[in-house]
Design a protein. Structure first.
Length: 840
């Protein structure tokens, strides 16, 4: 390594400055103090507010959240982790305002990957901007998928660490890989990390094959050992989150189900290990829709976009005598999107026409001179394999023969939904191939000769993409996933003939969209080929070519990105707070009740189980979370609202649902109104009887007409000592003494043994019961609640949430922190030592 010099640093400073400027210009409203209106973040703030209120009093977040789904672990919402590490994530983001910080971070991490491959700085800038502003990123930021964005942004950093290790830069590679493994896993989006691990596995297989052929076994063992160590350090630093999530997942929707509805509407007992296949394969990408990676408007954009007023539908209708104004009104109400992503897509995962074409060229370029550069050759093949695999996954239900095998046999695969998310891997690897292409063809020692000798190969390979798109254009039927529903609806409104004409117009529009995408691809291709041709003729320098590529690609991506994330997505802080969290009159009325234990069911929002705003102020029966407890989901699906019978008030009573919010009958301006439920059973009560059942089916059915005040339903599988039929004492009392998130205290008094039902969600991993300080067994009753046998006399009962996984994870975090520090300090020392040796 050469000694330090400012001349070598300046290009990197300029590159990072470019990333900063582009991010701040694109996200300029954030510099004015405005914030994004993001649906998922609004929901998160609703579900997390209880935890922040608790922290304001106690100085730390609770482990249990009382405001979501009648109670669930809070570490699935927000969690404290004690660490010796600085906030590396914020440091890498330069503490920029959101969302500029995310785009800058993605650029920086990809730039690190470019440097790991030792490519030209301008080539790395091209790939960095292409990766960061691929349309999927602004789309997910606009709706608030911030953890997903962080996980995506960190992907190239982890890949860079492994590249360094595999290229024998062991100490630096270990430090980079361990740091980014920590950040990647810690971002909290397992699905993104899962797809990245599949990719890294394919990469490792490619390198292993090469090392075996080269008989470089020593390096192979060292490299794989260091890669594993980096992964373990990353896991260790995030073990508190991983252990609690793993423990919790076994009890959630993603851990499988025990009951199901058969086709005839009857409950059946089952045992699955993950999500339902139909649910998991929602948001699958149509096979032909893969073209949106290079042609963003080919399938119409997003589900919320509509046809223009000059649609072909208008001309079809006016031919039939429909007034033009009426025809335009109908056309602009029809969807542009005709792809296969269901039930909804916000927009296309566009990676850039230039990036996609350069990636194809890169595949060819990395194969040139392969006999002298086997690593370059294996690089293109592992990248191709990873792109192919993740495309197959993204096709989901449209390639079910393949994906069902993965769903049933690949560990963790059935825990995730939305297979189209796998396109984040092409989003990463297409720019990488593009970067390697321009670096090889413009900056390699024999670059010009290599390009001259293989110009036709590059021309034909990249042109083949356009020819393929042209063939699809000619032979596609342009039928959309929703055409049948559209046709049926229009037929009822306007008759079959006019409906058919409308659909003909829509098909003509779709063909025009696809054709426009091909034309866009064609002129980008002409620019690329023209630039390489002029380079061969000594008419243009590599720096000019890359300058044109950077400006053209970034402008192209930002033009599309601004459709989905622009100044209209921002609000000032006061409007944001007032618009999302200002208490309604109904909220204010309920908040007058200072009882520490009651719950609220909000029916005024539509679906109470996809609403976390209620949780901002109240202990909600509903909520919003991607991983609800399985038993609670069973109750939602089978008991909350019985078909034809309305709400199951017995169920609501046992959940201590004191208030129900509905909409007023005012047709002009319906407002949330409060209804008090006088039958709510309170925090705890003694029952007269225990009704024993066999299995979850009987337990759920027993809730149909349960009088929870008198009877508790107990599955024989949950029976514990002391839970025999109680000798009911009408004078016995059980009172709530103290109610906090992680600790609940009751006082009881009875002349005989009693059985208490507690209006708290049953979750055995961490909730411990103590009677007079002695740990005591408790059990599951009424399918979702806790029950405990209480001996005669006066007693104090306390429930404490003490999950061992949380505390074990904390200890592992300390150890992993130390290991990460050692790798970072060791890496800095080795770089300093090499610099000293170079000076000598």
């Amino acid at each position: 390594m050469n000694s330090f010099s400012w001349k070598k640093i300046i290009p990197h400073v300029i590159a990072i400055s470019v990333f900063l400027i582009v991010a701040l210009v694109y996200c300029s409203p954030a510099l004015e103090g405005k914030v994004l209106q993001q649906t998922d973040i609004v929901h998160w703030k609703g579900m997390a507010q209880d935890a922040f209120n608790y922290k304001a009093v106690h100085g730390h977040f609770p482990l249990w959240n009382t405001h979501l789904f009648s109670g669930m672990p809070n570490y699935q919402v927000t969690m404290d982790t004690k660490t010796f590490l600085p906030d590396f994530g914020s440091l890498l983001q330069l503490y920029l305002p959101k969302p500029a910080s995310y785009f800058f971070l993605a650029c920086l991490c990809f730039y690190i990957l470019g440097m790991a491959y030792n490519v030209n700085v301008l080539a790395a800038v091209l790939g960095s901007l292409g990766f960061a502003y691929a349309t999927y990123d602004p789309i997910i930021i606009s709706v608030g998928h911030e953890t997903k964005m962080l996980a995506i942004a960190y992907m190239p950093g982890l890949l860079a660490g492994l590249v360094l290790i595999f290229r024998k830069k062991y100490v630096l590679g270990l430090a980079v890989a361990a740091l980014f493994a920590t950040l990647e896993i810690g971002s909290g989006h397992p699905q993104v990390t899962f797809y990245l691990l599949l990719t890294l596995g394919i990469m490792a297989v490619g390198y292993i094959a090469t090392w075996i052929m080269q008989r470089d076994f020593k390096h192979m063992i060292i490299a794989l050992s260091l890669a594993l160590l980096a992964g373990l350090i990353g896991v260790g630093n995030t073990s508190q989150s991983l252990l609690t999530t793993y423990e919790y997942s076994k009890y959630t929707m993603r851990g499988g189900k025990t009951v199901d509805l058969s086709e005839d509407g009857k409950l059946t007992q089952t045992k699955t290990q993950g999500l339902d296949e139909s649910y998991a394969f929602q948001y699958s990408l149509g096979v032909g829709e893969t073209f949106v990676l290079a042609m963003p408007g080919a399938f119409g954009g997003g589900s919320a976009e509509h046809l223009d007023a000059d649609s072909k539908v208008v001309s079809e209708l006016t031919k039939q005598g429909v007034p033009e104004a009426q025809a335009s009104q109908l056309a602009t109400s029809l969807p542009r999107y005709w792809g296969g992503v269901s039930p909804f897509t916000a927009g296309p995962p566009y990676s850039g026409a230039l990036i996609c074409l350069l990636a194809v060229i890169g595949f060819v370029a990395l194969g040139l001179g392969e006999s002298t550069n086997p690593i370059s050759n294996i690089t293109r093949w592992w990248i191709l394999a990873a792109i192919a695999l993740t495309l197959f996954i993204a096709w989901g239900s449209y390639f079910s023969s393949f994906n069902q095998i993965l769903f049933n046999h690949l560990p963790l695969f059935n825990k995730f939904r939305a297979p189209s998310m796998a396109l984040i891997i092409p989003q990463l690897l297409l720019p990488l191939l593009a970067v390697l292409a321009v670096d090889r063809l413009l900056y390699a020692d024999n670059a010009k000769a290599l390009l001259q000798q293989n110009f036709k190969k590059i021309l034909y390979a990249s042109g083949g993409v356009i020819i393929l798109a042209g063939l699809v254009y000619l032979f596609n039927d342009y039928k959309g996933s929703y055409d049948t529903q559209i046709l049926d609806g229009l037929t009822q409104q306007a008759g079959a003939d006019l409906a058919r004409r409308v659909l003909d117009g829509m098909i003509a529009d779709r063909k025009a969209m696809f054709g426009a995408g091909i034309f866009h691809l064609l002129w980008i291709w002409a620019v690329i080929i023209g630039a390489f041709y002029l380079y061969l003729k000594d008419k243009i320098k590599p720096v000019a070519i890359l300058g044109v590529f950077i400006v053209l690609n970034t402008a192209d991506l930002l033009f599309v990105a601004k459709k989905y994330l622009n100044k209209d997505n921002y609000q000032d802080q006061s409007s944001y707070q007032a618009g999302n969290f200002a208490p309604t009159a109904a909220d204010q009325q309920i908040l007058q009740d200072k009882d520490p234990h009651y719950r609220v069911l909000n029916l005024s929002t539509g679906d109470p189980f996809n609403d976390a705003i209620t949780s901002y102020y109240h202990r909600s029966v509903g909520g919003y979370h991607a991983a609800k407890l399985r038993m609670y989901q069973d109750i939602i699906e089978n008991q909350f609202a019985k078909s034809g019978a309305g709400l199951n008030m017995g169920l609501l009573n046992m959940l201590d649902t004191r208030y129900v919010i509905t909409r007023s009958q005012d047709q002009q301006q319906p407002m949330p109104v409060v209804q008090r439920n006088p039958e709510a059973l309170g925090a705890a009560w003694f029952v007269k009887h225990i009704s024993y059942v066999n299995g979850p089916i009987e337990a759920i059915k027993a809730l149909d007409h349960l009088n929870a005040k008198d009877t508790a339903i107990m599955d024989n599988g949950y029976k514990v000592a002391g839970a025999e039929q109680p000798a009911f004492d009408s004078a016995a009392t059980i009172k709530l003494v103290n109610y906090e998130n992680d600790a609940i205290k009751y006082a009881t008094s009875a002349k005989s043994n009693q059985f208490a039902v507690l209006s708290e969600v049953y979750y055995p991993e961490g909730w411990n019961a103590y009677i007079d300080g002695k740990e005591t067994a408790y059990t599951n009753v009424n399918y979702i609640l806790r029950g405990i046998a209480v001996p005669a006399g006066d007693h104090n009962i306390e429930f404490r949430f003490e999950p061992a996984s949380y505390y074990t994870g904390q200890k592992l975090v300390y150890v992993a922190n130390l290991l990460l520090w050692l790798t970072i300090v060791g890496s800095i020392f080795m770089l300093w030592k090499q610099s000293r040796q170079a000076k000598a």
